[in-house]
Design a protein around this ligand. Structure first.
Ligand code: ZN
Length: 306
């Protein structure tokens, strides 16, 4: 019995030594990243497929992370994005990768597969929210969903950089509090405009529309513009008729997925005096996720009558 105990304690000591060595090795491969106040040279590399995830990742990671966002151009159609060799390099160096999923950024699957790493965490926002290909992929318009995504990002950062655990928890709290003005505005709009009928050129605003209790057209016309194909003449006639008859109170216009057909619809709305509300799917420069969403809500609110 005592002999057994000795053997056990010896193996425990051995295990402890192993763990210390492993810990040190882990520390080395992490480049010494620590505590949420790391110098930029040793920061943890985060790659986000879209810049609003990059922004949220930066808000949650602070100085301990170095964020690279891939889709950043608010004037280009993200559905048509093709990756570059720079993107591949960024992925290869990343410890944490944030993708949207639901078929929105399939180029990321290829980049990740081309650069296998056991040492990297991948967060797929759509998976967290139970969305898959075929569902509306614009899930960042689901503000409460983004809080769940933020929690997963925080957990991943805490695992990758345990020394920064408290700092990441604090940043997570700060992020959530910062969403309050946005959530308050949503409540105010819903209280006044629930049930209001709108149309749109592409279903980018869908989850926000649901949260606001708006009824927004989401049919052939919208799916055709999302996929970059031509909607049927019937679908075009239907949206035109809704605008001419003022059946819809506003047109949500995605300036990133335009073509002659959506431009015509926008022109018709202007002519008919139906307010056109611009919505985008890439965060504009010099904005935060919060300010971007809030400014779009302000424009919508003004268009509906304040
Ligand atoms: Zn889209």
């Amino acid at each position: 019995m005592s002999c057994h105990r000795v053997r056990l304690s010896r193996s425990l000591r051995l295990l402890a030594t192993c763990l210390i060595i492993l810990g040190l090795a882990g520390g080395c491969t992490r480049g010494g990243s620590g505590s949420g106040s790391t110098a930029p040279g040793s920061a943890l590399n985060v790659v986000a497929a879209e810049n609003f995830y990059g922004d949220i990742g930066k808000q949650l990671g602070g100085p301990a992370v170095r964020v690279t966002s891939i889709i950043t151009d608010p004037n280009a159609d993200p559905h048509e994005y093709e990756s570059s060799s720079d993107n591949a390099k960024a992925i290869a160096a990343a410890r944490l990768v944030i993708v949207n999923g639901a078929g929105y950024d399939t180029f990321m699957d290829k980049l990740l597969a081309a650069s296998p790493s056991r040492d990297r965490k991948v967060i797929t926002a759509a998976t967290i929210l139970g969305k898959r290909e075929g569902d509306n992929p614009h899930i960042w318009y689901d503000v409460s969903g983004m809080q769940q995504v933020a929690d997963q990002i925080t957990q991943a950062l805490q695992t990758l950089d345990p020394a920064g655990r408290d700092a990441y928890a604090m940043r997570n709290q700060r992020f959530k509090s910062s969403l309050q003005p946005l959530l308050d505005r949503m409540i105010a709009i819903k209280a006044k405009y629930e049930g209001t009928h709108l149309t749109q050129t592409e279903p980018v605003f869908g989850y926000m529309g649901d949260a606001l209790g708006l009824t927004i057209d989401d049919g052939d016309f919208q799916h055709a513009s999302e996929e970059g194909t031509d909607p049927s003449p019937q679908a075009v006639a239907a949206i035109n008729q809704e605008i001419r008859s003022h059946t819809v109170k506003a047109l949500l216009y995605n300036s990133q997925t335009t073509g002659p057909v959506t431009t015509k619809v926008k022109d018709l709305a202007k002519q008919a005096g139906v307010p056109v509300v611009g919505v985008s799917e890439t965060e504009p420069a010099n904005q935060t996720y919060q300010s971007w969403m809030l400014s779009q809500l302000s424009t919508l609110q003004a268009a509906l009558g304040g």
